[in-house]
Design a protein around this ligand. Structure first.
Ligand code: AHR
Length: 500
């Protein structure tokens, strides 16, 4: 019997809804086909956006969407994607698959999509191959209400009111595809570019995201923080957030491994790699603390998730992969980690929304399937805007060889806006279930409801069998002597909603 302790008296931090954010890039079939089919499509749509996908994402409570990249962002020139569609530039997407990009999805379409989704907007600007003026005028185009060349152009293109840009990224992966810069060089560019990301509307201040590190490149964080940190509360603060990118790649970048056909060893390797997120966040936070003790600046994990070999027979440049119970575990573990670090992590965006890497949705023509990852996000949505509670779970080590040993369980607990205590637990063991006794200190437990995502470790949803893995009711939790009593099955992600 393992013990779970929750202390509802100790509220540790606020869980921003944006910890469950998403990312969409002009990559493969993410934007085109996955989200946007155009008004003339036979696939049901509203102003070109797939109705089925939009409805599913609303149900999951998507809080924020990042766009247009990714590596694409530092090659994207926003003026190519505005104005009459027939005059928009057709070009080659050199980074992803060498396909024609007709720019039919641009700024107006992204804003329309976010409006339909009811989510916040995260726009990523171009530092790698764009100018300061280009970035500055994009911000003016999107957010300036008054009379100006860019606001007038927006109005001419059919949009009278300014939009809200909630988050703005000043470059993407500038240590790599965004210009192969050194941290010193980028830090100076960041200071310069961000100056012209103007806040035209003081009521809707743009949250500026500085490009942060690749995984454990701690030097990058140190140099950039040292040179660019100026608290957002100071006059013309330089940054509100700094990013971190970390992908879960089971083997190595050359042979990543199959998304669906993997060994037990690869299961544990994958989950061990994903648990590294804890160490990365802790170390980057410690470096940020040197400059920003008060945690004014957020760590923005704006790319994370599994990265496997592409599905056989698909364009290698499209990064299309399936999604199994293993991905459900990766999602649950990472979302628990983000919750536990919500005093520093202010946003996280899984890559990518539809048809790319660890997607929540896959589409094929008019068909759509929800992946195991979708169902985990749909269970965790109750943590959005909740207060993180102090919690602890007794654990044990599972795995195969010494190298691939990991803790079996992970957990996070919050007091939701609905007044319920939300407990999410993952069990990474392939074959062990665990009996758990849950104590909520000094509190009467009135009732409990549960839901679970579980299955054979390779199980996944296909267009022929779309509901092999789904969120199911979990009636296995009872209340005994004012304690929760339940058994978490092997390979599962569990959510308990407790009335107190
Ligand atoms: O998500 C795919 C790619 O991974 C992104 O374009 C890039 O930022 C990262 O390297």
């Amino acid at each position: 019997m393992k013990k779970l302790y929750v202390n509802p008296m100790n509220k540790l931090s606020h869980i921003n809804p944006e910890l469950q954010g998403h990312f969409s890039e002009h990559l493969g079939r993410c934007i085109y086909e996955g989200l946007f089919v155009g008004e003339d499509s036979d696939i049901p749509n509203k102003n070109g956006m797939r109705t089925d996908v939009v409805e599913a994402l609303k149900e999951m409570k998507i809080p924020v969407l990042r766009w247009p990249g990714g590596c694409f962002a530092d090659e994207y020139h926003w003026e190519d994607g505005i104005g009459p569609k027939e005059t928009r530039k057709r070009m080659i997407n050199t980074h992803w698959g060498g396909v024609v990009e007709d720019n039919s999805f641009g700024t107006h379409e992204f804003m329309e999509l976010c409006d339909q989704l009811g989510c916040k907007t995260y726009v990523n600007g171009n530092v790698g191959s764009g100018t300061v003026q280009e970035m500055s005028s994009w911000v003016e185009y999107m957010t300036f209400e008054g009379v100006s060349p860019m606001a007038d152009l927006r109005k001419k293109n059919g949009r009278e009111d300014a939009w809200t840009v909630d988050f703005f990224g000043v470059g993407n992966e500038n240590w790599g595809c965004g210009g192969n810069m050194t941290p010193e060089y980028y830090a100076n560019l960041y200071r310069r570019y961000q100056t012209y990301v103007r806040n035209y509307n003081p009521e809707k201040k743009i949250f500026k995201v500085c490009c942060g590190a690749n995984a454990d490149d701690y030097e990058w964080t140190d140099v950039v923080m040292k040179n660019c940190f100026r608290s957002p509360e100071e006059f013309h603060g330089f940054m509100d957030g700094i990013s971190l990118h970390y992908y879960t790649v089971p083997n190595n970048w050359v042979n990543k491994g199959s998304a669906t056909d993997f060994t037990d060893k690869e299961w544990y390797m994958t989950l061990k790699k994903t648990l590294k997120m804890e160490e990365l966040i802790s170390h980057h936070t410690a470096i940020m603390d040197k400059y920003d003790k008060q945690h004014k600046v957020g760590l923005i994990v704006d790319e994370w998730g599994t990265w496997f070999d592409v599905e056989p027979g698909t364009n290698p440049g499209f990064l299309y992969q399936q999604n199994t119970v293993r991905d459900a575990l990766v999602a649950g573990i990472n979302l628990n980690i983000f919750n536990k670090h919500s005093d520093r992590v202010r946003m996280a965006n899984i890559a990518q929304l539809v048809n790319v890497l660890q997607s929540v949705i896959l589409t094929d023509g008019e068909n759509m399937v929800l992946t195991p990852t979708y169902h985990v996000f749909n269970m965790y949505k109750y943590h959005q805007d909740a207060e993180l509670l102090e919690s602890f779970i007794e654990n044990e080590t599972v795995g195969l060889e010494d190298e691939y040993k990991i803790p079996a369980l992970s957990e996070s607990v919050s007091l939701g806006k609905d007044g319920l205590v939300h407990i999410t637990i993952t069990n990474s063991s392939i074959d062990e279930s665990y009996d758990i006794e849950g104590v909520i200190a000094d509190t009467d437990i009135k009732s409990v409801n549960g839901e679970i995502v579980t299955g054979e470790i390779h199980a996944h949803n296909t267009f022929d069998a779309p509901e092999t893995v789904k969120k199911e009711d979990f009636a296995g939790c009872s209340i005994k002597d004012n304690k929760l009593s339940f058994t978490i099955p092997a390979a599962s992600v569990l959510h308990l909603a407790v009335e107190i």
